[in-house]
Design a protein around this ligand. Structure first.
Ligand code: SER
Length: 590
């Protein structure tokens, strides 16, 4: 069964269990300051797991594109990739353990569905600790379905607990399903540390809210959050032991064979796999609904790292970089694999190719020189100083992680701490957004971002009222520090205009207008005058948020209840973002 058919089958199964199918959220989240990329299907659903009502009801299922950069060092083995598609089904305070497990079991083993032999399945459940009891309830359901006792293992929080993403938030025990991939007969007793048991599915039972270190309170709304890795399950169904052999990778590997004029083998497979995974990730970041170009910050930095690391591994395979635009050639293959399921890739392909070409040409000029410089440094056989690392970064564009990787290959260390100090001296902004998690925890972060989100709606409307009725939102991004709003307009705003926009927004804030939420079809919403996202594909029923008598937008929320909660609105910056597009950064002051 191909990955595409697996996705269809999964959604059909959960539709038959009365789930509504939702679209994949973008890979780059809009309102979540705790992560750079969507790392699981549950991520975009956090507000609903916390109790907000979802317009499509209490049972949802989807295929979510995910990126887990924290797994980047594992890429090279048989089953790890950083980009993957996660199948998921959710209960928002509806069904719980029994149904979730029964349906997972039915989908995996039912002859109408995946028809996997029970003999090759095993599960883990939470073993209990001071925060929560042993999950006997989940284990009992598995037993009743016919899973033998010796195929059920109990493990602690490191393995069988999920969330919260930040310091606080919804979380709970989970039960994980494993499949025996070896040709040998599966052992009677399940040993979770045996790598021939591959994890394929995770059912999380969100029954707690973590309110602080070691503090777990029962959640009023008990949720189910499941995640099934499409590529891994497709691999299992195709009887393969290597994920890179399935059809969503194989053509990429073939292309790299063609470019490098060699067959993949045990010695070079790491480079092949790194390039295949990274170029897929890069194509999806560039081709995301909120796609960004390579840069030295946040998502743009991760993207740069993906592209540059791919180029270095192409070099390791002996490929001359000066020939054609190799990254574009590989990206074309990625788009071909996914264009049916993600039409946006094709729509954005000019942007994808232009940016890849630019980045490749830039790095190609310095990669070989930088490698020579590195060899000189490495020859001394001494660990690398921060200045040497910084030279490779600044003069040759080597991402620090790549410098570490090169050094490690020579069994040398790099003074990364010193490098970071050096870097900060040269740059006000931080390099590694991935590690700047918000310290205040999820709930405080969500309070700040919720306010900025409502302020964004006010800004959207105020620009139309004060500046021009033709203005439309072209992008938005919120962190705990500020809001950012892009809109179509062909010149700089004057100081008077900026002041007028601020005054207008602060007037509305002072009026103390209520925010109301309604549900309706997207057509009705637009007829009523709601703002809609440019080119968005909406489900049959959407939430519409209005600031009473002022503005109206199709939006997932969340928002504050009354504008008077917002504080004082201030524009910090107004600049050009692209041709015909202006960008405002603004904050709320106490
Ligand atoms: N959030 C869980 C996971 O990522 C289940 O979806 O595994």
């Amino acid at each position: 069964m191909k990955a595409t058919d697996l996705k269809k089958k999964y959604l059909k199964f959960f539709e038959s269990k009365k789930h509504k199918i939702i679209e994949s959220a973008p890979l780059i989240p809009e309102h979540d300051p705790t992560v750079l990329f969507t790392t699981a299907g549950m991520h975009p659903l956090v507000p609903f797991l916390m109790g907000q009502k979802h317009p499509l009801g209490k049972r949802l299922a989807d295929v979510q594109k995910c990126l887990r950069t924290q797994d980047i060092d594992e890429v090279g083995d048989e089953t790890h990739t950083t980009f993957f598609e996660m199948l998921g089904n959710w209960s928002l305070g509806d069904y719980f353990k029994k149904e979730a497990i029964e349906w997972s079991f039915e989908f995996l083993t039912g002859d109408k569905w995946l028809n996997l032999p029970l003999d090759r399945l095993a599960v883990t459940c939470f073993k209990g600790d001071k925060d929560a009891p042993k999950d006997e309830e989940a284990a009992a359901v598995w037993k009743e379905l016919g899973v033998p006792e010796e195929r059920i293992a109990f493990l602690g929080k490191e393995d069988n607990w999920w969330g919260p993403a930040g310091e606080t938030g919804p979380c709970g025990p989970d039960t994980e399903m494993f499949y025996w991939v070896s040709d040998e007969k599966p052992p009677k007793k399940f040993d979770p540390s045996d790598k021939r048991w591959v994890e394929i599915w995770n059912d999380v039972f969100m029954q707690y809210n973590k309110t602080g270190p070691g503090k777990f309170e029962p959640l009023e709304q008990k949720n189910v959050d499941t995640g099934l890795g499409t590529e891994r399950v497709a691999m299992v169904l195709q009887g393969k032991k290597n994920i890179f052999e399935i059809e969503v990778f194989e053509p990429i590997i073939k292309k790299i064979e063609e470019i490098s004029k060699q067959k993949v083998n045990d010695l070079n497979s790491k480079s092949f796999r790194v390039i295949a995974d990274h170029m897929k990730a890069a194509t999806f970041i560039l081709g995301d609904e909120r796609g960004v170009p390579p840069s030295n910050l946040d998502q743009g930095y991760i993207l740069r790292r993906y592209i540059r690391r791919s180029l270095r591994h192409l070099r390791l395979l002996g490929v001359e970089l000066s020939s054609v635009d190799l990254t574009v050639e590989i990206s074309k293959v990625v788009i071909k694999i996914y264009e049916k399921d993600y039409p946006i890739l094709k729509k954005k392909q000019d942007f994808i190719f232009t940016e890849l070409k630019r980045e490749e040409n830039k790095f190609q000029k310095t990669l070989d020189k930088g490698l020579k410089e590195f060899e000189k440094i490495a020859k001394r056989g001494k660990d690398m100083s921060s200045q040497e690392a910084f030279l490779l970064y600044q003069s040759y564009g080597f991402p620090i992680e790549m410098i570490e990787e090169l050094a490690e290959e020579k069994k040398l260390k790099v003074d990364v701490k010193g490098f970071n100090k050096e870097y900060e001296k040269h740059q006000a902004l931080s390099r590694k957004g991935a590690e700047q998690k918000f310290k205040g925890g999820l709930s405080e972060a969500s309070e700040i971002t919720t306010k900025l989100h409502t302020a964004t709606h006010l800004l959207n409307e105020a620009l139309r009222k004060v500046i021009s009725p033709d203005i439309k939102q072209r992008g938005s991004n919120i962190t705990t520090e500020r809001l950012r709003f892009d809109f179509n307009f062909d010149r700089k705003l004057t100081n008077e205009e900026k002041k007028a926009v601020e005054d207008e927004i602060n007037r509305v804030i002072d009026e103390g207008l209520e925010i109301k939420k309604e549900e309706m079809s997207p057509d009705d919403a637009i007829k009523k005058g709601a703002q809609a996202e440019f080119g968005a594909k909406y489900p049959p029923k959407v939430s519409v948020y209005s600031v009473k008598g002022y503005s109206m937008e199709i939006c997932m929320g969340p928002h504050v209840k009354n504008t008077k909660e917002l504080g004082h609105f201030k524009i910090k910056k107004e600049e050009s973002s692209a041709a015909g597009i202006r960008r405002i950064k603004a904050v709320l002051e106490e």
